[in-house]
Design a protein around this ligand. Structure first.
Ligand code: FAD
Ligand code: NAI
Length: 475
């Protein structure tokens, strides 16, 4: 006999588990179905983000940053170390513990909020009386019915044509997070977010890293001035990034991987590496969901078609996160999850796509919200720009990390903040102030007149806002 629920969420990543919790908070009888398995075959909710994405990558970025600091920067502080080594197995074990803490945390939250959790693959069977029937294929086969379905089935890594992931030599984000020893030479295809974060991890630990990127510009979506500053820093660190390449045949063998490619001048080149990470974007995932059974509409990329409110073509079927249009970010998925639960409850859930922050967790970190200078120029919008370098910030000097800047873009007439772009220490945390300011439609002057603690990196934000009006105090 099938169990009935008001709301069934398929997928327990950041979009799905948050949607389930919010729906339960609103008084619905909720189930969440997720099929991710831990090493022992047990449930591991949290999706890509928790298991092979945001969380483990940040754990490894932290470990590798400590290693680099110990080797390169501790001496400046008078701290002497000899015989510095990295125990990769221990580092990976710590990362796995961090992941498990998050998996367990989500299971605890489900219990706390009375969300019924099913471990298995959910697939549509048919539209049932006033709702939908979904089969759950797990250790046992079960069936549930739902008045509302929220699909949050995420995304999968895109492979290079003719070079499938074997997770031994040719690695997706999954394999990239569990390389058992530091590769002597590591290749990455794609200088996007994963390429730069994963490239940074293994470079810091001692790999020679080469990144091959198809586009002729580095980080095309990032404000040009910020991307240039970041490229300078990565170059100084020894991260080799080749732009404008065309990848040819990729051969994997016992000795590693050979990549044939044409460089920007069209010359034939070969790259030989011990391991190759392919990070050329991700594809929406509906494998096993059986959308055909109910006529759920997908677009040509395989994404579920939704409107601005995350409504699909079917009544009471919603879709959120990586499986629909928009940026593939955990916090975007979460916001959509909350908004959909609230819409089901008849409330006015809302996601502001103009104020979704982006962060690349390299060193220096890169973070931004709103429009770039090149976007404003293309739109013909009159704007003012102000920048403030971390070299002039006392806290950054004390930290020993003065790379980068904060940049403000504001409307020429009204002074409303249109975009904030940061490259430098703790950019991931600093960007929140800009997000709040933009949500409240603040002007650059508003930020310039707010008292910021001294000494703090956030003073660079205040000074960049002052720079919009050409009145920095410390530069
Ligand atoms: P997912 O997290 O992919 O979750 C979907 C879940 O649904 C999975 O558990 C899947 O197994 C399950 N599922 C799929 N189909 C079914 C089915 N039919 N039945 C049952 N279960 C099913 N984003 C950030 O914002 N910050 C970061 O720092 C960041 N770092 C990242 C690092 C890496 C290496 C990668 C790969 C991604 C990173 N992302 C980051 C992106 C982020 O992981 C995704 O945007 C986010 O996970 C999307 O959430 P989601 O809920 O839509 O899908
Ligand atoms: P991406 O879209 O960030 O970057 C892919 C890069 O590969 C692009 O620069 C693209 O031009 C290049 N490329 C595509 N095809 C190519 C080819 N054939 N040869 C060479 N280069 C090619 O995608 P990525 O890095 O795979 O990450 C996927 C998504 O995961 C990101 O878009 C982001 O949404 C999310 N993510 C977010 C993180 C964060 O928020 N810090 C961290 C990691 C991932």
């Amino acid at each position: 006999m099938s169990k009935s629920f008001d709301v069934v969420v398929v997928g327990g990543g950041p979009g799905g588990y948050i949607a389930a919790i919010r729906a339960a908070q609103l008084g619905f009888n909720v189930a969440c179905i997720d099929d991710w398995k831990n090493g022992k075959g047990g449930p591991a909710p949290g999706g890509t983000c928790t298991n092979v994405g945001c969380i483990p990558s940040k754990a490894l970025l932290q470990s590798s940053e400590h290693f680099e600091h110990a080797g390169k920067h501790f001496a400046d502080h008078g701290i002497g170390l000899s015989d510095l080594k990295i125990d990769v197995a221990k580092m990976l074990g710590r990362k796995d513990t961090v992941v498990k803490q998050n998996n367990d945390g989500i299971l605890y939250l489900f219990k706390k909020n009375k969300v019924t959790f099913f471990h298995g693959r959910g697939s549509f069977v048919k539209a049932a009386d006033g709702g939908y029937e979904i089969k759950v294929a797990g250790a046992a086969e079960e069936s549930v019915t739902a008045k509302h379905v929220i699909v949050a089935t995420g995304s999968n890594p895109r492979a290079l044509p003719g070079a499938p992931f074997d997770e031994e030599n040719i690695l997706s984000n999954d394999g990239a997070l569990r390389i058992p020893s530091v590769p002597k030479k590591l290749g990455l295809i794609g200088a996007g977010v994963i390429g730069l974060e994963m490239g940074s991890v293994w470079r810091r630990l001692g790999s020679e890293v080469v990144v091959l990127e198809a586009l002729p510009t580095f980080l095309g979506a990032v404000d040009e001035q910020i991307a240039k500053e970041a490229a300078k820093a990565f170059n100084k660190q020894g991260l080799k990034i080749e732009l404008g390449v065309k990848i040819g045949e990729v051969k994997s063998g016992k000795k590693g991987v050979t990549v044939a490619y044409a460089n920007a001048k069209g010359e034939a080149q070969t790259l030989e590496v011990d391991k190759l990470i392919v990070s050329i974007g991700r594809v929406p995932n509906t494998i096993g969901l059986n959308p055909e059974a109910v006529g759920l509409k997908l677009d040509e990329r395989g994404a579920i078609v939704v409107d601005n409110d995350c409504k699909t073509n079917l009544p009471n079927v919603w879709a959120i996160g990586d499986v629909v249009r928009g940026p593939m970010l955990a916090h975007k998925a979460e916001e959509e999850g909350v908004a959909v639960a609230e819409r089901i409850a008849g409330q006015h859930g809302h996601v502001n796509f103009n104020t979704i922050p982006w962060v690349i967790y390299t060193s220096p970190e890169i973070a931004w919200v709103g429009q770039t200078e090149q976007q404003l120029k293309a739109a013909g919008r009159a704007y003012k720009a102000g920048t403030f370098p971390f070299t002039a910030n006392g806290r950054a000097r004390a930290l020993g990390d003065t790379t980068g800047m904060v940049k403000f873009l504001a409307d020429a007439k009204t002074d409303e903040i249109l975009g904030v772009h940061i490259v430098g220490p703790m950019a991931s945390e600093l960007i929140s102030e800009a997000v709040v300011a933009m949500e409240f439609k603040a002007s650059a002057e508003d930020i310039a007149r707010i008292c910021h603690a001294h000494p703090s990196l956030s003073e660079a934000t205040k000074e960049a806002a002052l720079a919009v009006d050409k009145r920095t105090l410390n530069f």
